[in-house]
Design a protein around this ligand. Structure first.
Ligand SMILES: C[C@H](O)[C@@H](O)[C@@H](O)C(=O)CO
Ligand SMILES: [Mn+2]
Length: 593
């Protein structure tokens, strides 16, 4: 079952531009310029995948672009072909404002070949100046080393920038026109669940769809879900999702029959939340044509607490399974579902997902444990990556089971795109997860929480998107690693909190100064109760994406040499990149704004 919102994914349009002077110059360049475009297209398609695992598609202009007529013909072709991102390439001089991509909504980059036979770099600088003057920021790509005119290889530094730009551009284009589905409303006063529709519209080009949680009740009671799939899902759940310890007081524990009923309910909730997000053609055949359509949601959130969870089984199972890369339908695309309807953390998960095609961890940023505090509480001395202290990431709900770290890459724990995950790895993730009965003191209606401990040694990036009145959205980024603790130490610390929830021990990379002065300062600066955690050090990709969306970065620990933003940003203060970022974002304002 593929996710309909990937339907016709955005393509990357390649624009080969050329010096239009005939009777010698243009003719001498036709072949080389078009070859550069086709080479770039092949590289991008070979190295990038859509969320459904298919190769990214590129569209090359029908001709080299020597002037506005050919630029217009190229724009028309791109519109016909569903192009959402544009890359202009050239090894020679061309006429900037006559050939440039003028589409204000199109993420754009220009690659000027570093070869001196013809002035490709001069065009690059000239056309970027035009982009600056016209308020159409573009990424500039200029390889460090000079290449010979016929050299078709793409140097490593150019490859890195092409991929960083393309991933960010595709994420922007993929979100446009899609929905965030808000199931329920504000959860326990969590600000991220006060869903800000103008933010989604103006910054992401998305819409917010709102459905009351009573719709889930209606569909459960009227059996508006695929009953065959439900039977398979329940059987699969019984086989693969083992009930964990019931920590509730004996006199409050539910009966076996009531627990079995709760399993049935949470499995139905899973089908229903997914159907609400993306629809389900199976429903049309039963007279539920409207329900079959869904809400075109690329991300969603379930309020759960407390209006639902004070009475019904909680949403932890649905949220955890949907954000994982496998279920009763096999290994498949994960979904983006935010616990407590924290829509801003849902957007963070969505950004991370679109940049990596990997499932995401939703977590509370719960506790900073200093080495001294761990020593006092357990007698253990933190060491290795944990030596500076650790942050306890734990939250009931949408932590993907991929977060167990039971998948591997090069022999190390990993979280992979679904098409790389083996059946055995999926089974290991499930086997590493137990499902304790929900803590009834919190979740009066019961249900089940996913409980696992992430393996250490995974490169992780934790990010948060928050809103500030008068400023708008800002993003925080912390690259680091998951860490292992001795079992007894983990147990001692975990039992102090909620042992029924999934834990990732996180050690951010610290720099010794500023917001990354030390681990404590990272947490002390964190701008909300939640973080969206992705496998991999993707901070530079997030920074590129944020710049396309004009969302400034409030803090990050990404090495400077990896940072890639539109060239315009440097004109807002190249010596002070963070201040420049804020100025540039404020200057241009929201992309759809
Ligand atoms: C069960 C509790 O209410 C938790 O849901 C709560 O501590 C949170 O996760 C807050 O983000
Ligand atoms: Mn939470």
């Amino acid at each position: 079952m593929t996710t309909p919102w990937i339907g016709t994914p955005p393509r990357i349009g390649i624009r080969p531009v050329i010096d239009g002077r005939e009777r010698g110059v243009r003719e001498s360049l036709e072949e080389q310029v078009m070859a550069m475009a086709k080479n770039a297209a092949a590289f991008l398609s070979e190295n990038l995948r859509y969320p459904d695992g298919t190769p990214v598609q590129c569209v090359v202009a029908d001709s080299n672009i020597g002037g506005v007529a050919e630029a217009a013909a190229c724009a028309a072709k791109f519109a016909r072909e569903g192009v959402g991102v544009s890359l202009t390439v050239t090894p020679c001089w061309c006429y900037g404002s006559e050939t440039m991509d003028m589409d204000p909504l199109m993420p754009k980059a220009v690659w000027g070949f570093n070869g001196t036979e013809r002035p490709g770099a001069v065009y690059l600088a000239a056309v970027l100046a035009a982009h600056n003057q016209k308020g159409l920021p573009a990424f500039g790509i200029y390889g460090r080393e000079v290449q010979d005119a016929g050299d078709a290889t793409i140097p490593d530094d150019v490859r890195e920038k092409l991929l960083r730009f393309a991933k960010a551009g595709l994420a922007v284009a993929t979100m446009r026109g899609k929905s965030y589905l808000s199931i329920g409303g504000v959860s326990m006063g969590i600000a991220g669940s006060i869903v800000d529709q103008p933010f989604f519209e103006q910054y992401l080009g998305m819409r917010v769809e709102c459905v009351d949680m009573s719709e889930v009740t209606r569909r459960i009671e009227e059996e508006i879900y695929d009953k065959d799939e439900y039977a398979r899902a329940l059987a699969w759940t019984k086989e693969h999702c083992k009930e964990g310890k019931d920590y509730n007081p004996k006199d409050r524990q539910k009966s076996a029959a009531a627990k079995a009923k709760d399993w049935e309910t949470v499995v139905k909730m899973t089908l229903i939340i997914r159907d609400l997000m993306i629809g389900n053609p199976k429903l049309a055949g039963r007279g539920y044509g409207e329900e079959a359509l869904g809400h075109n949601a690329i991300a969603g959130g379930f309020q759960g607490q407390r209006a639902w969870t004070d009475h019904f089984p909680n949403g932890d199972f649905p949220e955890a399974i949907l954000t994982s890369s496998f279920d009763w339908n096999g290994i498949r695309m994960p979904y983006v579902v935010a616990t407590e309807n924290d829509s801003l953390n849902g957007v963070g998960m969505l950004f991370n997902y679109l940049l990596t095609n990997t499932a995401q961890i939703f977590a509370d940023v719960r506790t900073f444990w200093s080495p001294e505090a761990v020593k006092r509480a357990t007698g253990h001395t933190l060491e290795g990556a944990a030596a500076g202290g650790i942050i306890h990431l734990i939250n009931s709900g949408a932590a993907t089971l991929d977060g167990t770290g039971e998948q591997s890459r090069d022999g190390k724990p990993a979280m992979k795109p679904f098409w790389e995950i083996t059946e055995d790895e999926a089974k290991k993730c499930l086997a590493a997860t137990t499902w304790p009965t929900a803590m009834l003191e919190y979740f009066r209606g019961g249900g089940y929480s996913s409980c696992f401990l992430s393996r250490g040694g995974m490169p992780l990036t934790m990010m948060r998107l928050s809103l500030v009145k008068g400023l708008g959205p800002v993003i925080q980024i912390a690259e680091g690693h998951s860490v292992d603790l001795p079992p007894k130490v983990h147990e001692a610390l975990n039992e102090r909190t909620n042992p029924t929830w999934p834990t990732t021990w996180f050690a951010p990379n610290v720099t010794g100064s500023g917001p990354f002065r030390d681990v404590y300062t990272v947490m002390n600066n964190w701008s909300a109760n939640h973080g969206a955690i992705s496998y991999g050090h993707i901070g530079a990709d997030l920074i590129a994406l944020a710049s396309l969306l004009r969302i400034p970065i409030a803090m990050h620990n990404v090495p400077e040499e990896r940072i890639f933003r539109p060239s315009t940003w440097s004109l807002f203060g190249a010596n002070e990149p963070q201040a420049a970022d804020y100025r540039a974002c404020a200057n241009f304002g929201p992309l759809y704004g």
